[in-house]
Design a binder for this molecule. Structure first.
Ligand code: HAM
Length: 434
């Protein structure tokens, strides 16, 4: 019988050590930057009730209609893998009392799941870093979110991303606009493609987002949401632009930017690049002032964004060099049964004495030659060589691997004492003296 080898689920990827260096670098940098702005980390479950996403993202959005991983659990409850983090974050904030007369700046990172058609930059399991703020209704926090993301690109050395902003207005203004748009599009029905006809009554604003070249003329003639904003949203948007101008941020107002989730009000924004093909949005977000109330909380202003980690890593891989995991300082070669036993104890003693040094112990046997080959391959600066004879006499050989120096024997206790508490540089100096 031959067994077929199993493969990862389509659209879901292993992240191997070489790539993970970039992921880890990104995560470290994000943490540093968001914490420097006063944001605190929150972690939500990967699974939530399906109802949560229907009520927040919107019943007739692509995500909820077509892309969620939804299943009945053993109790028959309908659950879904989270397609994004905002809904869960709002639920968690309400449920845990984080919004009672408080302002909150929160951030999270982790996998999200959408059953989309996989292509470059679009996966079925992908990672987001998201930021959500609660209790601040002015354009100052919108500007902070945008400037924070801009600082991230700077810190990561990512260039060639541009900022697009728009305002969707209040929910009432948007509803009135939607009506006008549907009337206009209904008058031009013969010019609509299949997708747009389907959306005409369910989600007409998304038609403005269509990339179909044949649709551009009819979209170009459509009434503009920006022209029918309510006065408060207009003022909010103008103030946001002033704040961004004052901070020297470069942006473009894109009246067609509508976003694919229903919860947005007023400001929306996206950071876009041409360097990733069709999936060029690396970060997106906006204000969602009605969502907390919609989920049963008190009316609470809210705004946030999420970044696509895989897309940013793709940009990083092109432009930045990230150092590999540092090689070990020592490779501990142990040959013979007694040396192997001793080696385990001595390695632990050395780790306790020098907590900042990296030590890799040979496991899986092999003669001196084979073990020294592995030592060399590990990139270690020194091999510690322990055979049966040395083990009996309480000695150890120290062989520099990066210098033309010969091996030198030490009494184990003397070596431990000499290295205790030393930095990597000091250890290098001590062991290179002959
Ligand atoms: P979103 O636009 O659906 O917004 O996703 C945000 C980012 O996640 C996208 O710009 C993209 O970089 C990345 N992304 C989305 N889908 C995929 C995919 N299938 N494969 C790879 N990357 C993907 C949200 O999720 C909102 N929750 C953002 C937000 C937070 N708004 C307010 N707060």
């Amino acid at each position: 019988m031959t067994l077929t080898t199993l493969q990862a689920v389509r659209g879901m990827h292993d992240i191997l050590p070489e790539q993970l260096r970039y992921f880890a670098h990104l995560e470290r940098t994000v943490r540093e930057v968001v914490e420097s702005y006063g944001y605190e980390e929150i972690r939500m479950p990967l699974v939530e009730s399906t109802e949560l996403f229907k009520r927040t993202i919107g019943e007739v959005t692509d995500i909820v209609e077509k892309e969620m991983y939804t299943f009945a659990d053993r109790n028959g409850d309908s659950l879904s893998l989270r397609p994004e983090g905002t809904a869960g974050c709002v639920r968690a904030a309400i449920e845990n009392g984080l919004l009672h007369n408080q302002m909150q700046r929160l951030w999270y990172a982790g996998p999200m799941f959408r059953h989309e058609r996989p292509q470059k930059g679009r996966y079925r399991q992908f990672h987001q870093v998201g930021v959500e703020t609660f209790g601040m209704n002015g354009p100052d926090i919108d500007a902070e979110l945008i400037l924070l993301s801009q600082r991230l690109w700077q810190r990561l050395g990512i260039s060639g991303v541009r900022l697009e902003i728009n305002s969707l207005g209040s929910q009432q203004a948007r509803a009135a606009y939607r009506q006008r748009l549907v009337e206009y599009l209904a008058d031009h029905q013969s010019a609509l493609d299949e997708d747009s006809l389907r959306r005409l009554h369910s989600n007409p604003l998304r038609i403005l987002d269509s990339k179909n070249p044949a649709m551009q003329a009819v979209i170009g003639g459509a009434p503009r949401l920006l022209d029918s904003l309510d006065a408060e949203s207009q003022d909010h948007f103008a103030q946001l632009q002033q704040l961004l101008d004052g901070a020297g941020a470069v942006y473009q107002v894109n009246p067609r930017l509508v976003r694919g989730l229903d919860y947005y009000t007023k400001t929306v924004f996206e950071w876009v690049t041409d360097r990733l093909g069709a999936q060029g949005t690396v970060c997106a977000g906006g204000r969602y002032d009605g969502l907390v109330e919609q989920l049963g909380g008190r009316p609470t202003a809210a705004a946030g964004f999420a970044m696509g980690v895989e897309r940013l890593v793709a940009l990083l891989e092109e432009s930045a060099t990230v150092a590999p995991v540092a090689p070990p300082h020592f490779y501990f070669a142990v040959v013979g049964a007694e040396a192997e036993r001793r080696g385990v104890v001595w390695a632990e003693q050395l780790r306790s004495a020098c907590p900042q040094l990296h030590l890799m112990v040979n496991c899986g046997g092999g003669g001196f030659k084979a073990q020294l080959k592995r030592a060399d391959k590990s990139g270690a600066a020194f091999a510690l060589v322990l055979g049966e004879e040395e083990a009996r006499d309480g000695r150890i050989g120290v062989k520099p691997l990066r210098h033309e120096l010969s091996q030198r024997d030490w009494q184990w206790q003397a070596l431990l004492q000499a290295l205790a508490g030393r930095s990597a540089d000091e250890v290098e100096r001590i062991l290179s003296q002959h």
